[in-house]
Design a binder for this molecule. Structure first.
Ligand code: 4AD
Ligand code: MG
Length: 478
């Protein structure tokens, strides 16, 4: 059994003179004397000091960046700046060598693009150590938030036969052979021969199943992977991303907005409480990155000020119709600076419009509601005006849409009519419609894109840098 002390604990300890064993990886080794080592328990390194001439030269040569080591020594007050304590090395063992000639990461700054190609090793850098620690803490914070409110965590299927969003952006799941696919007499692929006996795909959303759970538990949420085969190669889209989808019986759209705002503020505050070192590091990283940009493209606030600002201010709520008026009369629209000009009601909002509203006009998070039914999914509750639905999108600075949700259409006849109009096969969704047949109630829910939340909190500008192994068009490495 190994009695090792984690670096996080040791850096807090003041038991000077006591002996400790620490295991981890070499970050740097300077002057044949100072080992900076890290074991992942904290962003901060431990300094282990080798007394001159106390160790075999051939052993010290093996202290290359990323070599794994075990160090036993005495805890001392540190004279060097940057740390309060250090370990005076008595025993040193190299557990695993790391050939400096072949190891791709140098103890210097690498570009994020370079590190994406080395995604199997990038956890070892400070930036990704901070980002993925935040990812963990945010996930935990989300479970904590819902658990404290009595929500039931529900696992919805990853393989399904339905298209929850009706947008047709699905990855097929099949065991049929590509060559010689079985065909029916009409010449179509015969899915009866397939593994499940029908056409299946990876889920785009757990919402429809979450609604079933909400009709018994009252309040449920999902937190799982979702998949979209939308071929948009942007910094905010991934083909595989994680979504959090609460669904609440008896909630209307206002309740839904409040729940979403409360949840976002709760988890941002939780991350600020749990990850001060990581956020401080990421704040500095972002400031340095922004120095490369022209003045007008730099953020007005640093990362931590931006998070605090988000906590201190109520999100701006307005309708789609009001937003269109603002956009129509905006400078970039009049001067034809938008790529997609806003000329009429009904247009889908592009990310440039969302970001104008959030970053230039209101300068704070925005909740837009009551969208035209034509640009939204079939399940959203229809307003009495006959043209809009009780949809809501939450837009965040630097991100655009972070949440999409709605009050659901709980009236069977209205839902069936809308499904018909949108060519959604009611027979395949009989189980969904059953909730409207057997004790239907008003209800509402939303989906939070987990990676977009991490982007906001970490200040990282590309979704590829907040999920360990991103899946994007033409990329499924690792
Ligand atoms: O707006 P969306 O498509 O809504 C739904 O899927 C609903 N079923 C949610 C619900 O009401 N239960 O997706 C929800 C969120 C978006 O706001 C965005 O943050 C994220 O999921 N998202 C993506 N994130 C990364 N990559 C993609 N390709 C994404 N597509 C959506
Ligand atoms: Mg959406």
């Amino acid at each position: 059994m190994s009695t090792r002390t984690k670096i996080a604990a040791l850096l807090q300890s003041r038991e000077f003179g006591k002996e400790f064993t620490v295991k981890g990886w070499v970050r740097t080794f300077r002057n044949n004397q100072f080992i900076a080592m890290n074991d992942g328990s904290t962003l901060n390194n431990l300094q282990a000091v080798v007394e001159l001439n106390s160790m075999d030269e051939s052993l010290l040569k093996r202290l290359t960046t990323s070599a794994s080591i075990s160090v036993t020594g005495e805890l001392c007050a540190s004279l060097g700046k940057g740390q309060a304590v250090e370990l005076k090395v008595k025993k040193l063992e190299v557990l695993g060598d790391c050939d400096a000639e072949k190891y791709p990461l140098q103890p210097k700054k690498h570009s994020l693009e370079f590190l994406r190609e080395k995604a199997h090793l990038r956890f070892r850098t400070n930036t990704f150590a901070a980002v993925f620690k935040l990812r963990h803490v945010l996930a935990f914070g989300i479970h904590k938030f819902f658990n404290e409110r009595g929500f039931v965590y529900m696992h919805t299927p990853i393989i399904t036969a339905s298209d929850a969003e009706g947008a047709g952006e699905m990855f097929k799941v099949t065991t049929l052979p590509f060559e010689q696919t079985p065909r029916n007499p009409e010449g179509q692929v015969d899915y009866k021969e397939d593994f499940f006996g029908k056409a299946t795909n990876l889920t785009v959303s757990g919402q429809l199943e979450a609604e079933l759970g909400a009709m018994a538990f009252g309040e449920v949420y999902t937190f799982g992977p979702t998949f979209r085969a939308e071929n948009s190669n942007t910094a905010r889209h991934a083909a595989e991303f994680w979504m959090i989808e609460p669904e609440v019986a008896f909630n209307d759209l206002d309740d839904n907005m409040q729940l979403a705002e409360d949840m976002l503020k709760y988890v941002i505050r939780y991350a600020m409480d749990q990850c001060p070192d990581e956020l401080e590091f990421l704040k500095t990283r972002l400031l340095e990155e922004e120095k490369q940009k022209p003045q007008e493209e730099r953020s007005e606030m640093d990362l931590i000020a931006k998070l605090q600002f988000c906590l201190d201010n109520e999100f701006q709520r307005l309708t789609y119709t009001e937003a269109i008026e603002i956009l129509k009369n905006s400078n970039p629209n009049k001067k034809k600076k938008f790529k997609y000009l806003i000329d009429k009601w009904g247009a889908d909002l592009q990310s440039e419009h969302e970001r104008y509203l959030v970053e230039k006009h209101f300068k704070k998070p925005v909740i837009l509601c009551d969208y035209p039914k034509e640009i939204k999914a079939f399940y959203m509750r229809q307003n009495d005006d006959g043209t809009t639905v009780r949809a809501m999108d939450i837009l965040f600075p630097g991100i655009g849409e972070i949440i999409g949700g709605s009050q659901r259409e709980e009236r069977l006849d209205k839902l069936e009519t809308r499904m018909n109009e949108m060519h959604i096969p009611a027979s395949e969704l009989y189980w969904y419609l059953d909730t409207r047949r057997f004790g239907t109630v008003p209800h509402a829910g939303f989906g939070l894109g987990f990676e977009r939340l991490i982007m906001f909190v970490s200040g990282m500008g590309n979704i590829r840098d907040v999920i360990p192994f991103p899946r994007t068009p033409k990329n499924a490495d690792f």
